[in-house]
Design a binder for this molecule. Structure first.
Ligand code: RIB
Length: 304
């Protein structure tokens, strides 16, 4: 049995309205559909991993409301180990999302229980963290908790993949203690000059001590660069995108699975890019994650 991937992060209920386009400030639009679906960047990554067949545990918090009950039930149904999820008095995290007909989205997150994922809660789960083959983090839980998680991983020699979403400044001391860093086009300029080319931005990040970087560019593609000097631009697969919510999370979950299976970083990023391409063809965040069989079939007809 391979070591589990442990995801430390947010769990949200996504309240999703489909609109003809993203509304302007002060504007009222009539939407065409409304869904209440499981989301949260952390939980989305965990479900992506579970559907691709790798053991995964989620560490985070849910409120004691009906959303918390439903989110916990759906994670369990996906085969995610939920023993590291605490139930906390108060509301669960919610995300109010608009998805436009062209697939673009805008999201407002109200953290709820995610804001209460603190260092004490992590310390109670030290054994789970130390058992991991890799730990995945995002920035939808408090920054101090993320930094503490990185300390615990460093002490236990567990590699970390940090998805800086939503982007926030990070201390210099962090870079040499994370293995993989995966910003998208809106997040990368928080860490490197927006004037750099994608390749130079990746090299500058790697020079800080990272093992590898993936600069995600949505429908354009992604640049993967490794410490050994190799870098490759991977154009995105051409698919009919109807909903990009959770696509970046799908990419990270799949990237982690492929790296854990010993794949070369460029092959791993190709695998992740294919998973993300499949996810944008379906509605919802966790609901859109592909299974291993679906991804294998897609990759059979789309080679490097
Ligand atoms: O990355 C997509 C996710 O961001 C949504 O599922 C929403 O919950 C927010 O966390």
């Amino acid at each position: 049995m391979p070591k589990p991937i442990v995801v430390i992060g947010s769990i949200n209920m996504d309240l999703v309205a489909r609109t003809p386009r993203i509304p302007l400030a002060g504007e009222t639009l009539t939407g065409s559909a409304f869904d209440t679906t499981s989301g949260g960047k952390g939980a989305n990554q965990a479900v992506a991993i579970a559907r691709l067949g790798h053991p995964v545990a989620m560490l985070g918090a849910l409120g004691n409301d009906v959303f918390g009950d439903a989110l916990l039930k759906s994670l369990k149904a996906e085969g995610v180990d939920t023993s590291g999820i605490s139930r906390i008095p108060g509301p669960s995290g919610v995300a109010q999302i608009q998805v436009a007909d062209n697939g673009q989205n805008s999201i407002v997150v109200v953290p709820g229980a995610n804001a209460k994922v603190d260092t004490t809660l992590l310390d109670q789960q030290k054994a789970l963290i130390a058992s991991a083959g890799m730990v995945l983090l995002q920035l939808e839980i408090p920054r101090d908790t993320v930094l503490h998680a990185i300390d615990l991983c460093a002490a236990a020699r567990v590699p970390v993949m940090l998805d800086p979403a939503p982007a926030a400044p990070l201390p210099e001391s962090l870079w040499s203690r994370i293995a993989w860093f995966t910003p998208n086009e809106t997040e990368a300029p928080v860490y490197v000059s927006a004037k750099l080319t994608v390749k130079d931005a990746a090299q500058q990040l790697i020079a800080r001590g990272l093992k590898g970087v993936v600069l995600k560019r949505g429908a354009e593609g992604a640049l993967v660069a490794a410490r050994d000097g190799r870098a490759k631009w991977l154009p995105a697969f051409k698919v009919k995108a109807i909903d990009s919510v959770g696509a970046g999370d799908c990419f990270n979950g799949a990237l982690a699975v492929a790296l854990m299976e010993g794949q070369d970083p460029i092959v791993a990023a190709h695998f992740a890019s294919a998973a993300a391409a499949l996810s944008v063809t379906r509605r919802g965040a966790q609901a859109s994650m592909p299974t291993r069989a679906e991804l294998d079939r897609f990759l059979d007809t789309h080679s490097l």
